[in-house]
Design a binder for this molecule. Sequence first.
Ligand SMILES: Nc1nc2c(ncn2[C@@H]2O[C@H](COP(=O)(O)OP(=O)(O)OP(=O)(O)O)[C@@H](O)[C@H]2O)c(=O)[nH]1
Length: 317
Amino acid sequence: MTRKIPTFQAHEGATASASPSAQDLLGILDSLDAAVYASDMHSHELLFLNAYGRRQWGEPAGRKCWQVLQEGQSGPCEFCNNPQLLDERGRPGPAAVWEFQNTQDGRWYQCRDQAIVWSDGRLVRVEIATDITERKALEDALKASHRRFETLAYRDELTQLLNRRAFFSVCREQLASRRSADPFAVVLIDVDHFKAINDSLGHAAGDQVLREVAGRFQAELRSDDILCRFGGEEFALALPGNSLDAAAELAERLRLALRSRPLAYAGQRFDGTASFGVAAVAGDEVDLDALIKAADQAMYRAKRQGRDRVCTASGVE
Ligand SMILES: Nc1nc2c(ncn2[C@@H]2O[C@H](COP(=O)(O)OP(=O)(O)OP(=O)(O)O)[C@@H](O)[C@H]2O)c(=O)[nH]1
C-alpha cells in the first residue's frame, strides 16, 4: 500500500511576511528529512508523527509512543527521558540531545527532545530524530582502525607477541615498580638455522614457524612473564622476580618445548631448535640495555657452542 505523503507547497502569491497556515506548517513538518513526533508526557499517547516517522514506523492510530516507535515494549520505555525534560517545578526545561539506536528499525538517531505545553495545557514531549546510522558506521570504522593502529604500535603483527618497543616500555615499567631486592632476568632466544627453513620451504613457511615457536613458548609462560618478538627470528623474554638459575631453568623448558616435536608446514615435518642466552640482576639500579647485551652475548656463546642450548651470562648478577 502506498501512503499519501503530504508535501509542502507555498501558496501562490505568498510573501515572506505572510503567516503560514496550519496546512503550511504541517507541510513543513512532513517535508523534513527527520522524524518529528509529539506524545503526551503522562499517558504516552502519540499525538503527532510526521510523514518521515509514519514511513518508518506506521500510523499512530491512537496508540502510545512506546507501541509505535519501539519494539517489544509492554509499557513505557525504561530509557524514556521524559523526567529529564522537566525542571524541578515540573515545567518544561531545556532540550536534551542524545544518540539512540531505535529498537524497531535498528537505525541510529540523534534525538532532540523537548517538553512543551500543548494547547489544552497538558505537557507534551516533542522529539526531532535525525538518522545518523551512516555517520555512526563511519565512526565505528574509524574507532576500529584506531584500535588496530594502537595494537600495531605495540604488537608484532606476525606472532601477536609484544614488539620490541613495547618490550622495552613494559620492562621499564616493571623495573620501576619492583623492590630493589627482587631479581630480574632476561632471556634472548634465536631460532637456529632459520635461513635454511626460508631457503628450502619459502618465506611463508618461515613465518609459520615463527608463529608456532611463539605459541609453544607462550604455552610455557605465566602471565607476568614478558615475551616479545625482538626482531627477525629472535625473541626476548623478561622474567620479573627470576634469578639467573630460575630463568635458566625456564629457558631449558622452552628449549625442550621447541625440540620435543617436529615443526610442520604444508605436510612437511622438520626439527626446530633455538639457542638461549640468559642474564639476571638484583639490586637498586638495573641497566636494562646492559642486561640485554649480556643475555645477547650468552646467546651467541650458545650458537658458537653448537646451538640448541642454554648459556648463562656471568658477572651481571
Ligand atoms: N620468514 C621470515 N623470515 C625472516 C623474518 N625475519 C627475518 N627472517 C629471516 O631470518 C633469517 C635469519 O638468518 P640468519 O641471521 O643467517 O640466522 P640463521 O639462519 O637462523 O642461523 P643461526 O642464527 O646462526 O642459527 C634470514 O634469512 C631472514 O631473512 C620474518 O619475519 N619471516
